[in-house]
Write a protein that binds this ligand. Structure first.
Ligand code: PLP
Length: 223
C-alpha cells in the first residue's frame, strides 16, 4: 500500500520505528463492507467523528476492533458511547471532561482521552488554546476515571503540507513542556496529528497517531 511506503519514508527521515505510529483508519461515511475489507487488510483501529454513525456500525464488528471518537462530542451523547469507545480523541472543554468522568464512574471503566488543541487558533475549530492547557490539566488530572494519554489537533487545511510543519512542532513542544510540569497523573505520550494531506510531515515532527481516511478509502461520498 502506498501509504505504508510513505510512512516508512517519513520514519526513516526522523529515525523512528513503525511500531511508534498508529495508522488510524478514519471510517466516517464508509460502508460496513468497506470497513470489513480494511479489517482484512489489518486495520483494527477505526476513527469515527459522529456518535450516531459509530453506534450504527459498532455491532457489526468483533470485539478486537478499537473505536476512536475523533470528532466534537456533545455532552448529552457521552452516555451512548462510553461503553463502546477505546479512546475519546477530542476532549475540548471542562464540561465534556466532567461528563465523561461521570459516565465512566457509572460504567465502572477508565477512559483514554486526548485533549484537542486548536494549535493555529482558527475560529472555525474546536479545541483549547495552547495557553489554556496547563490549567485544564490541573483540573482534569484529578478525574480518576480519565487517562490523559496525550494531545490531538486538526491542523489547518493547506495546499502544501509544509505549511503545517510549524504547528506540528508546536504541538510536540507543548506536550514536552506539559510533561515537564510534573503534574500528578500527567505523563502524555500520544500526539494525534496528521491526515491524508499532511501525515508525512506530522510523522516527521513526532505524531504517534495519524488519522487517515481519504488515502486509505479514496474520496468520501457524502449523502
Ligand atoms: C475526516 C477526518 C480525518 C481524516 O481526513 P482525511 O483527509 O480523509 O484523511 C481526520 N481527523 C478528523 C478529526 C476527521 O474528521
Amino acid at each position: 500500500m502506498e501509504i505504508e511506503h510513505n510512512i516508512e519514508k517519513a520514519l526513516e527521515r526522523s529515525g523512528r520505528a513503525r511500531e511508534d505510529i498508529l495508522l488510524l483508519a478514519v471510517t466516517k461515511t464508509q460502508s460496513i463492507e468497506q470497513m470489513k475489507e480494511a479489517m482484512e487488510e489489518g486495520f483494527f483501529h477505526f476513527g469515527e467523528n459522529r456518535v450516531q454513525e459509530l453506534m450504527e456500525k459498532y455491532e457489526a464488528f468483533p470485539e478486537k476492533i478499537q473505536w476512536h471518537l475523533i470528532g466534537h462530542l456533545q455532552t448529552n451523547k457521552v452516555k451512548y458511547i462510553i461503553d463502546k469507545v477505546d479512546m475519546i480523541q477530542a476532549v475540548d472543554s471542562l464540561r465534556l471532561a466532567e461528563e465523561i468522568e461521570k459516565r465512566a464512574v457509572l460504567a465502572n471503566k477508565k477512559v483514554d482521552i486526548l485533549i484537542e488543541i486548536n494549535i493555529a487558533k482558527e475560529s472555525s475549530k474546536f479545541g483549547l488554546l495552547a495557553e489554556e492547557l496547563e490549567n485544564f490539566l490541573l483540573t482534569v488530572s484529578k478525574m480518576e476515571h480519565l487517562c490523559i494519554k496525550g494531545l490531538m489537533t486538526v491542523a489547518p487545511f493547506v495546499e502544501n503540507a509544509e505549511e503545517n510543519r510549524k504547528y506540528f512542532q508546536e504541538m510536540r513542544e507543548l506536550l514536552v513542556d506539559m510533561n515537564g510540569k510534573k503534574i500528578h497523573n500527567v505523563c502524555m505520550e500520544e500526539l494525534s496529528m496528521g491526515m491524508t494531506n499532511d501525515y508525512m510531515v506530522a510523522i516527521e515532527e513526532g505524531a504517534t497517531i495519524v488519522r487517515v481516511g481519504t488515502a486509505i478509502f479514496g474520496a468520501r461520498a457524502y449523502q
